[in-house]
Design a protein around this ligand. Sequence first.
Ligand code: ACO
Length: 326
Amino acid sequence: MNHVPAYSRITGTGSHLPEKILTNADLEKTLDTSDQWIRERTGIQQRHIAAEGETTGDLAYEAALKALQAADVSASELDMIVVGTTTPDLVFPSTACLLQSRLGANGCAAMDVNAACSGFIYALGVADNFIRSGAKQKVLVVGAETLTRMVDWTDRSTAVLFGDGAGAVVLEASEEPGVLSTHLHADGGYADLLAATAGVSKGFKAEERGGLKITMKGNEVFKVAVRTLGRIVTETLEAHGMVKSDIDFLVPHQANLRIINATAKALGMDMDQVVVTVDKHGNTSSASVPMALDVAVRSGQIKPGMTVLLEAFGGGFTWGSALIKM
Ligand code: ACO
């Protein structure tokens, strides 16, 4: 029988952004919008855009290499790869399978998880549970997106928000704490507020890329996001008999600076205890949390031993959190 470890633990992080940057000034040239409106309402100044032919899998590969290097783990040691993405290279094989082959991790389990912006937290939850059951020991967990591929560049209410990128962590079985818990939720009743307009078995017309684009009732999404994120923080702390001040650092989903500020305020946290990347990355959906985590780890904002809260909210609606001892 497999040894059942007490915890899974993040042993390395990595992230990767496409080279091309699209600034608010660039968007002013093609849309009825302004740098001032975008900064005030979202906090976003610029976003990275995948080049022609550059895929979610390409971004995931670069982030994965950096995370493996940081963890000092070789791809052949991995026994599972979980990729959170809502913009896979292909419907199948999964982005995780394409990544597995490129990394040379052949034979290990590989799958994608689609939970929109909560994709990485969901993927982390899946990986953590596989490790704590004793079934897997070393898992690569990725959040990667090329969401700008389905942005309607004529719709100012969504075009200014999104960016592309990838983040990854290596999660390993450990007797030391690690991931303390993950909390995952969804409510499909909100599907109409934030959605892609086509999929493979609905609305797909290959000749006009299925009329595929993102639609969002941003104002209503905003209100539910703030309310829901407050609740998941309470749920996570209660699961450990902890109080708000026990959290040393917050890694929130990077959708909107106002939502991040509201969450930090509700937690009684100073903004120097919160990583902010939305200004430079835009909303990169499931790539946002692992990229922000990597930025905070590499900049030294997150230090070993800190108690860190990861949280996300996205289309579905889906939402989730992870409480982690670094
Ligand atoms: N430039 C200028 N004006 C704009 C723009 C723009 N880019 N976009 C909208 N406006 C206008 C609107 O038309 C509206 O004008 P009106 O008052 O004349 O009707 C006005 O600005 C206000 O629009 P709101 O939608 O009310 O603006 P709001 O303050 O709510 O900000 C935003 C919009 C940024 C989208 C915000 O609602 C938000 O961040 N929502 C949450 C997004 C989120 O968290 N999504 C979840 C993750 S994404 C995922 O899962 C894929």
